[in-house]
Design a protein around this ligand. Structure first.
Ligand SMILES: [Zn+2]
Length: 86
């Protein structure tokens, strides 16, 4: 898995072209929730999903982008170690 690479296995859900690999990063945990709130970004219900790994040093998600459609797909099945060289 390399970053900044066209990925034939990850097609854009809108246009169907290969998406480009990368990461989404934040200074705080990145979660998916159906109940947005201000303040603490933690898992609050059973439907919430922690998307980021490496949460103590630099919350990071493996992701794919299609800049034409302005879509990002996050793959949270894979933990990301930002110390590793890509
Ligand atoms: Zn697209």
């Amino acid at each position: 898995m390399k970053l900044n690479e066209k990925c034939e296995h990850m097609k854009c859900p809108c246009c169907g072209k290969a998406m480009t690999s990368g990461v989404v990063q934040s200074s705080r945990n990145i979660i998916f929730t159906t109940e947005p709130s201000c303040g603490a970004f933690n898992i609050k219900s059973k439907d919430d999903v922690m998307l980021s790994s490496n949460n103590f040093t630099g919350p990071t998600c493996l992701a794919y982008i299609c800049k034409e459609c302005e879509k990002v797909v996050i793959d949270y099945s894979v933990g990301v170690d930002i110390e590793r060289s890509w």
